[in-house]
Design a binder for this molecule. Sequence first.
Ligand SMILES: [Zn+2]
Length: 73
Amino acid sequence: MEINLSQIYTCPHCQMETPHYTLVRREERVAITCSRCRTTSLVQASVLEDHQAWWEAELQQILSGLEEHDDEH
Ligand SMILES: [Zn+2]
């Protein structure tokens, strides 16, 4: 699985889910920078991928919830 340019990750400074830019990837270590406060975090690539998968599932749930709401008669 490829690391995208923008990753959703919990910023230790913002204390929330923020988009992060990938700075550099060396084997299983990825350096990412918060797009809000520019705090750089060093994380395991697998953790980042798991988090991204979790986030996408969460987003899908929110979107399907909206669709259900729209379909109400
Ligand atoms: Zn931040």
